[in-house]
Write a protein that binds this ligand. Sequence first.
Ligand code: PGA
Length: 249
Amino acid sequence: MNKLIIANWKMNPASEKEAEKLLIETSKKIKTLKDIDLIICPPFPYLFLFKKNKTTKIVLGAQNVHKELEGSYTGEVSVKMLSSLGVKNVILGHGERRKLGETDEFINQKVLTSIKNKVNPIFCIGESSRDRDGNFLSFLEDQIKKGLNGVTKSQIKNVVIAYEPLWAIGKNAQREATREEFVEVKIFIKKVISDLYDSKSAHGIKIIYGGSINSNNAKSFLDAGADGLLVGRDSINFKKFEALLDAIK
Ligand code: PGA
């Protein structure tokens, strides 16, 4: 099965010119690689660049969406707008948005709207710290149950779950996760999905890993059973992203 690589550009790069350069370089690179499905999630102002440059081998994703389809919501973007620009996936529940105050219930509404309108969620979960007694697992279970509330058995196959421990993501990451830590959580997520839906759904759902992924550790998470990777910092520096893609091809 192809590995799913999701580039989360976050609030980068600084200008349209740089974004277009990064897109063109990445697009050329991905054309040379097999067995990798690449989704790029740029900031909203750069979405149009993907249409302009006809990036056939790259799937377009977004970093957020609003729960309503239209109306008086200053500063928000609807799923229909995203669809009209060719967006197929959207990151929801990311730790950096939860930190801004997004609750499980709020994220759940976005998940439901997105699925209904055929933009598939990349649903992120992750604990802020670990404890020896494994209480963080109940925390993750709670995030899954609340975030996917109302998602039906026929819809769940369209959701990708990204495990992103908050202590391992972004500039302030304390350390990298180990592959054993990922495997433990992956098994746990499968169990929760199996209990919520059935074993077929648990078997079919894609579980990816994100948090300080780079060219040195990418392959080991895939070898450990991650269906893909969510890459932040190392997706916005082309040389680093190229090295990462080469390391897993
Ligand atoms: P990072 O970000 O690769 O920079 O740690 C990953 C993410 O937050 O999605």
